[in-house]
Design a protein around this ligand. Sequence first.
Ligand code: FPP
Length: 292
Amino acid sequence: MTRKASRIHELSAEEQSVYRNLDQEQMPRHVAIIMDGNGRWAGKRSLKRFFGHQQGAESVQYVVETASRIDLPWLTLYAFSLENNLRRPRSEVNFLMKLLKSYLVGNVQRMNDNNVRIAYIGRTGELPSEVQETMRWAMESTARNTGTTLTLALNYGARSEIVDAVRQMARSMVEQAAAQNLSLEDLLFRLNQMDEDAIGRNLYTGKMPDPDLVIRTSGELRVSNFLLWQIAYSEIFVTDRLWPDFRGIHLLEAIADYQRRERRYGGLGDGASDEKTTELESGKDISELVRH
Ligand code: FPP
């Protein structure tokens, strides 16, 4: 079903010209972004890394508002990884925490004006308690919005997300076993019912669709422990642009690029002929087939 975005007139003229060429039948439902390059942006200007992060927070708001204007249902941003938390100097981690707090305090009103709902994924319980309080406040203050869901990945790592999901499933099985006095046979039966859907439901993203498109800024060709399970079939768009220079127009350009891809999910795709597979089924010798 085609979604009709009703706030297109709020896009800049430049954004509108890219948006008008998008195929409304092929809009992504979920875009996830690895925001990288804040440090390099600052370094190029002989500024401290902190300035890069500050400018990066501005980009976040530009991109969120463009996403909300085009009615993108899900936008997930990798804002702070578990590895950032463990491996960056304390002064930088503390700065990022302060920036997150001031970003939320300063932008909740704009989120409400744009009908954006804020959510989080990650081991957020390990963040400083005053940051958690602000996060909770921002989430509650925007909970009734029905437009874009902006999910901030904070203290997030995809491998630990999978560990948390498996622990959660095992814990609930142990609780059921104790409460219902289950036999070993019952337990094995339930264990066999654990499938990909069940693991997906127990991830932090359990209620979200998988990302259609992952964008990474600043040119590195890696996924950096981001949504490893969920991006199995996502299209990946890497741009050399550094995150502090990324704007709504670049989100739209990435979506245009995404629409030129053919998503096959392991199948053959629309253009594929089934002539070779039919010939194989009909028992032709394989060497005969590959010679043609
Ligand atoms: C990478 O830049 C970016 C991060 C550490 C996380 C992203 C943080 C922000 C965009 C700022 C604040 C976010 C919110 C939601 C308020 P880097 O430092 O790794 O850059 P480098 O690779 O060039 O050093």
